[in-house]
Design a protein around this ligand. Structure first.
Ligand code: CP3
Length: 348
């Protein structure tokens, strides 16, 4: 067997080696702030048409790598393709976000398909194969899914809401029905992520964008436990798979999340307290984050200071530079360039 001599800084950090200059990428790095994304998106039609067009999805995945030379590409898709492949109706309304058939009663949950149709997701796997073949050798390819709780919040409410209360309420009033949705999503996510690994993903990220709205007991039940089951299910088939968790807003519950789920890294939002994260989290796993995305709109010295703070706070240990959440469509490209240069010039 020939040895692959090209190292990937991103994978090296996950394997245990701190990098003097932290590897970097941005959540939602393929997106509307890029003129080339807007052009490809217009060519594809709707957002979901783009997700299911393997060639164009591969193209937008590669765009930010060509432009900024990030250390990781994340496959272009959405967390809501999983409910779609479970037979739910999913649409993206321009300017309004996702719309699904609400799954808001135990009766409706009774009609939920229990097995995911992975055939529907073939374009995602094909896009991964294309990206894999075109990506520079030192660049890592990230596969992903939404965490069961976050995906369930959209399935129950049928849309995003300010606090996703329909799902939380269902979990209190009809815990059996809610658990059924979570169970289906756990099994679907394991199957989906394993296929992404087969198609060429090096590492997986599980996005739990709404974890932070749960009280501690519910956080244990609906965030930690389903994530642990996914991590175990993946590693049972592919031992040693590297997995990044993103329990957004977990705050003081982060150490429990890290300990119980077995993830290799956690992505943190910009409100996380640095000393707490260094002592209780970074001693155990890689920390990914956590620039406030609004600083990419502000630019100037506010952006420089924000970047320096993130580097100073976390570059002493194992760190992947990222934002605390997705980049917004109104962030100027020049500000992203400013951030990239400042991170690349840093030698910790
Ligand atoms: O990071 C990347 O570049 C990969 C692509 C990616 C998208 N969505 C593309 C997208 C990833 C990893 C996601 C994850 C996702 N999708 C999450 C979890 C992470 C997070 O951001 O909180 C969630 C909650 C969703 C659901 C979702 N998708 C919402 C609520 C919306 C509407 C809000 C918005 O920004 O418009 C989307 C649409 C979406 N997903 C867009 C992109 C680029 C914008 C659609 C467009 O191009 O018109």
């Amino acid at each position: 067997m020939t040895q692959n001599l090209v190292t990937k800084p991103f994978m090296d950090v996950l394997a245990g080696t701190r990098q003097a200059s932290p590897p970097m990428w941005m959540m939602r790095q393929a997106g509307r702030y890029l003129p080339e994304y807007r052009a490809t998106r217009a060519e594809a039609g709707s957002f979901l048409d783009l997700c299911y067009n393997a060639k164009l999805a591969a193209e937008v995945t590669l765009q930010p790598i060509r432009r900024f030379g990030f250390d990781a590409a994340i496959i272009f898709s959405d967390i809501l393709v999983v409910p779609h492949a479970l037979g739910r109706s999913v649409r993206f309304e321009v300017g309004e976000g996702p719309r699904l058939d609400p799954l808001d009663s135990p009766d409706k949950v009774g009609t939920l398909n229990t097995a995911i149709d992975l055939g529907k997701l073939e374009p995602v796997f094909e896009a991964l194969r294309i990206v894999r073949s075109e990506l520079p050798k030192q660049t890592t390819l990230i596969g992903f899914c939404g965490a069961p709780f976050t995906v369930a919040t959209y399935m129950v409410a049928g849309q995003g809401t300010s606090d996703q209360h329909p799902a939380r309420l269902m979990a209190y009033q009809h815990p059996g029905a809610f658990a059924k949705i979570i169970d289906v999503l756990v099994e679907s996510s394991i199957a989906y992520l394993l296929k992404q690994l087969e198609a060429g993903a090096d590492v997986l990220q599980i996005f739990d964008t709404w974890a932070g709205i749960l009280p501690p007991r519910e956080f244990e039940k609906w965030c930690i436990e389903p994530t642990r089951r996914i991590v175990d299910g993946i590693r049972k088939v592919k031992p040693g798979t590297k997995i990044i968790g993103f329990p957004r807003g977990a705050g003081a519950l982060l150490p429990a999340f890290v300990e119980r789920t077995g993830v290799d890294a956690v992505s943190i939002d910009w409100t996380a307290e640095p000393a707490f994260v260094r002592e209780k989290v970074q001693t155990k796993v890689v920390v990914q984050g956590n620039l406030d995305p609004l600083l990419l709109i502000a630019g100037g010295s506010a952006l420089d200071q924000g970047v320096d703070d993130v580097l100073k706070n976390f570059a002493g240990g194992r760190h992947i530079f990222n934002l605390g959440h997705g980049i917004t469509p109104d962030a100027p490209v020049a500000h992203v360039e400013q951030m990239v240069k400042r991170v690349r010039d840093f030698k910790g």
